[in-house]
Design a protein around this ligand. Sequence first.
Ligand SMILES: [Zn+2]
Length: 425
Amino acid sequence: MSAAQSLQITNVNVFDSLAGRINGPFDVTVDGSTISTISPAARPESSTDAVERQQTDGTGKTLIPGLIDAHWHTAFTTVPAQVAIMGELGYVFAQAVVSARDTLMRGFTTVRDLGGPSHGIKLAIDQGSIPGPRIYPSGAFISQTGGHGDFRMPNEVPRGIAGHLSYSEIIGAAIIADGEAEVLRGTREVLRRGAAQVKLMAGGGVASPYDPIDVSQYNQGEFRAAVEAAENWGTYVTVHAYTPRAVRTAISAGVRCIEHGNLLDEDTVALMAEEGIWWCLQPFLDDADAPPLAGPNRVKFEQMVAGTDTAYELAIKHQVKVAFGTDILFDAQLATRQGALLAKLTRWYSPAELLQQATARNAELLAMSGPRNPYPGRLGVVEEGAIADLVLIDGDPLADISLIARPHEAFTAIIKGGQLVTAGT
Ligand SMILES: [Zn+2]
């Protein structure tokens, strides 16, 4: 990556991520890390611009805000689960570095990390040592014993009074905490390490060994302990949950965002709308992108995806604030489909709506980190003064949303913080 430069993209159409439409053509200039001007495209001969800028011809192209994935796992995106749990840690991080670059090259300039040791990679990216997206880290996810974040071997319980740490806890992937005091300490530990938001496991999961999908995890007091600690630091708690009971318990304790929620009923969705709770939904379907699961986890997956259509329909009906996140985990092939998963939302949304979700809407969710937001400034919009995270698309994504699914062909420039990101850097 080169140092911050002055850029000008001329005669380009611009996606207004707040209004959901394309306007233009404009000349867009970037100075330092922010967008400095957006003005009606001038004829080349009338340009009186005195500043020397790197010029890009945007004719026939569309400038959109950098894409945001609101549910990501920086450390474990591409390595198989077995490697993450039992493999060489240095290898896991080496693959995560590669994956971070690939994420950025797919036009995702920001991710909200929902669990795992992402702090070191974030630091290296922020320093400019390696290419990658902005990371809003949660650090370790916090799980009860036997919960969705308990990846210990079957013979590792009882824990014993010495309370030795399991491997996933040592590497900062998980905190296994029971009771208000332990949850409180776990929350304070992740905040100490720089969490932008706090992630708890509130119910059963698909890819976890000990918890049926219908179970609720943590009680109100435990959630409240985490919520108070997070709010004392100006940020919020989000939870992994699929079912109404898990979601209702979490919301009653002050949790502000739900991850997944594919099995929610209408009353619970209405409650989320009423309380202004964010819903970070994934287009999980039993299609070519389904994970290769077998046995009980495959059954849990089928139970969960059966709710996906209803979840999106209810979210739309009740106008819940929906964020887009892929939750790609342990799957190098699926990671290449990050943009395709976004394009898949045409099952429920217009191209404009799904692009709004992955830009302006997701940015609104990121801003909930308040003073713990690691990247203050406006993200998710192409506006004067906003952070210059931009993707230049060859064509009109509202007319052909498949462009989003083919970043290596269709994205002619990716800009992060005013810097042109190029392949091989
Ligand atoms: Zn996840």
